[in-house]
Write a protein that binds this ligand. Sequence first.
Ligand code: PMP
Length: 438
Amino acid sequence: KASNSLSFSLQAKMSRPVQARRLEGIDKNIWVEFVKLAATYSKVNLGQGFPDFPAPDFLTEAFTRALGGGNHMLHQYTRAFGHPPLVKVLAQFFEKLLGRDLDPMTNVMVTVGAYQALFCCFQALVDEGDEVIIIEPFFDCYEPMVKMAGGTPVFVPLRPNPPKDGKLMSSADWQLDPAELASKFSERTKVIVLNSPNNPLGKVFSRGELGLIAELCVKHDVLCISDEVYEWLVYDGKQHIRIASLEGMWDRTVIIGSAGKTFSATGWKVGWVVGPNRLLQHLRTVHQNSVYHCATIAQEAVAQGFQRELMLYGKPESYFVQLPKELQQKRDWLVQSLDGVGMKPIIPEGTYFLVADISQFKSDVPDVPNSDEPYDYRFAKWMVKNKGLAAIPLSAFYSEAHKSNYTNFIRFCFAKEEATLKAANDILQKWKQEKTSS
Ligand code: PMP
């Protein structure tokens, strides 16, 4: 039998707080709940952002070659800051895109997906008390990552200006108010996070909008974390402009990319950062002391994927030309299908996401007044449980203080097989019919 003093000391130990202070208030996460709901109930999953079609053959073949090709060293550690063939080809590729010479060893670093690139950036560049400007709506992990680094997020919204001619809204109709943006910069501002093309809206920032952000960064000596994971996914002849190519911006910008998004292989978790050594040297310190490096085999295969793309650059056979073409078609199907049932889509100029207005479907899902849960969360949960269709509530991409202003929208991912999009259309059509006949 346990002695009294032993059970006392065990209890005393258990009452000590186990959680580090930096985790306070960031323990809730939309993905845990919605990924589980989709796995349990969905017949058609347009929720989380990943393709359900295969990665291109040239990429999976490169992986198989790396695995069985006789170079057994590909099963061992590689260089911490990036497998040499991958950083070399990334440097060559980005030299072309940015029009400047790059050193593969100091201007490029490989990470475990863009996610870890973001984590390295916030840990390396943000200090206690620093302010970080985040444009709403935003990829949700920016906020907890800033807080974990001890920084204070400062939010500035993209404001919708619906077209007056009754046309469908476009992601381009969501804009920053220049005076409001300028008012967020102060001597406490260390970083602004830019995500163009933007998840969840699909907005592709124009040269004018980027110019405004660049001007403020230079004026206030602010850094820019530029999350460009959807750089190749732009539609209707739009051009993705890299803020690092604007005057005064290279020295203060870290560009983030993702092989997951670029080559439709999100499970590989290969990402990268490109930027000046004065910033990357500090990212290397974080990376070295946390993750060390990303799987060698995956890096080798991605390097070969980029070598192919470098050779085919701008040609019709290039995956970076073909993928957006295919996705634009899928976007158009989903736009048509949602517009047809009155779930008004906001036409995205980029990414593989589309935000739609659920106002006309609200009567099916009653609101619960004074609930802590935003209405769009309730709607998305109801939809997956009752209709088998999974999507993500838009307010998940807003800060706590602003969630309640954006509860009429849900986000769909359209990087899906034709059959998946058809099945989604069938669900929506049937739902609409039930509504009109009831
Ligand atoms: N940034 C944005 C804007 C994203 O949407 C995502 C993935 N959903 C990431 C970063 C993370 O990318 P990865 O899968 O390469 O970690």
